[in-house]
Ligand binder design. Structure first.
Ligand code: COA
Ligand code: MG
Length: 325
């Protein structure tokens, strides 16, 4: 390990984050009844310009009046390139008491984007004598966001998590796809002939940004959360997609429809088999160390001190889920 420790930010259960447009307050209750760990009331792209004011009023009313139980509550504000942005922060924070937990900042591109929101939030927290500090969720969804990732994170100590925005990212880097988080047969290779046959191998066009996010985000102790999967009538596609990002290191995924919430919770709760294997590794390594060995064999495979760290993080995440859910 480096001599520099990586402290983990605020721990939260974030397996599923259900989005509800602020302009559809009739959906708020349904969101509460779901098993979503986090509810994000959206003021940004799911709300049409003519509905922005009403959406904000709905969100303020909900934060004052609705019992959200122990769920984590977030709002997605409008981008810093719009005049809605500052008023989203000021109006919601000044008029909604203490219930809000997180503010999601879309399209973060430079550290100053994050810093600017922190300036507003800090002043309002001070003025309103808020006892609970607001945390930030950053959506990484532009070429600038990915390029400046390690710097953006340092824009505020409030940053808790990074979220990948598929559609905006695709638009920003001019990907030729309109599929929100899905696959694309054109992103594939044609193999050489194997036994007289050429095969089409589909590739994962989202791998680079997600992999960069898990690597850099974890260096700052952040949660990495996978973004939306647009086809809400395809549960198998959603789960396959989520499993992939779970393997990469993501802790959860957005749900844009209630039917995706339980799917996300299922995938991002570690399976018993994996947890048992982690305990088996610890047991086998304990025995190896007692006999003076640094490495051991478990089911015919090498395990060593790094396996202990892998196993420990699996057990730690499982305990966190058990404690918080
Ligand atoms: N939160 C809570 N409840 C929701 C919901 C959500 N995001 N989306 C749908 N529902 C409810 C519907 O009201 C409906 O309830 P009912 O059975 O009591 O009538 C039920 O779940 C089934 O909905 P369905 O008819 O399948 O979908 P829809 O056509 O009403 O809505 C969307 C589809 C995509 C428009 C809607 O799910 C939505 O607005 N999602 C959020 C989009 C968003 O916030 N995007 C920003 C982040 S990418
Ligand atoms: Mg977006």
């Amino acid at each position: 390990m480096s001599f520099t420790p990586v402290p983990t930010t605020q721990t939260r259960l974030n397996r599923s984050e259900l989005f509800v447009p602020g302009s559809k307050p009739e959906l708020f209750e349904k969101a509460i009844q779901s098993n979503a760990d986090v509810i994000c009331m959206d003021l940004e792209d799911a709300v049409a310009p003519q509905d922005k004011e009403n959406a904000k009023k709905n969100v303020i009313k909900a934060l004052n009046e609705i019992d959200f139980g122990k769920k984590t509550i977030s709002i997605r504000i409008n981008g810093l390139d719009t005049h809605y942005c500052y008023r989203d922060v000021v109006d919601v924070m000044e008029n909604s008491g203490e219930r809000l937990d997180l503010i999601m900042i879309p399209k973060a591109g430079v550290p100053e984007d994050v810093y600017a929101i922190d300036v507003l939030v800090s002043q309002i927290e001070d003025k309103t004598e808020r006892s609970k500090k607001i945390g930030f969720e950053l959506i990484v969804e532009t070429s600038m966001g990915i390029t400046n990732l390690d710097k953006i994170i340092t824009g505020s100590k409030r940053v808790e998590s990074l979220h990948f925005g598929y559609a905006d990212y695709a638009a920003s880097v001019r990907m030729r796809t309109t599929n929100i988080g899905g696959t694309n047969p054109d992103y594939s290779i044609l193999t050489d002939e194997i036994n007289g046959e050429r095969l089409v191998h589909w590739n994962d066009m989202w791998h680079y940004p997600l992999s960069k996010m898990t690597t850099i985000g974890r260096a700052h102790g952040l949660r990495i959360i996978d973004g939306p999967f647009g086809d809400f009538s395809d549960p198998d596609g959603f789960k396959a997609h989520a499993r992939r990002t779970a393997i990469l290191g993501c802790e959860g995924k957005w749900a844009i429809h209630p039917s995706q919430v339980d799917l996300a919770n299922e995938v991002f709760t570690l399976p018993e088999k994996e947890v048992q294997k982690a305990y088996d590794i610890l047991e086998a390594m304990k025995k190896a160390q007692e006999s003076g060995a640094g490495a051991a064999t478990l089911n015919g495979k090498l395990i060593d001190a790094a396996s202990i760290r892998q196993a420990e993080q699996i057990i730690e995440q499982t305990k966190l889920i058990e404690t918080l859910s």
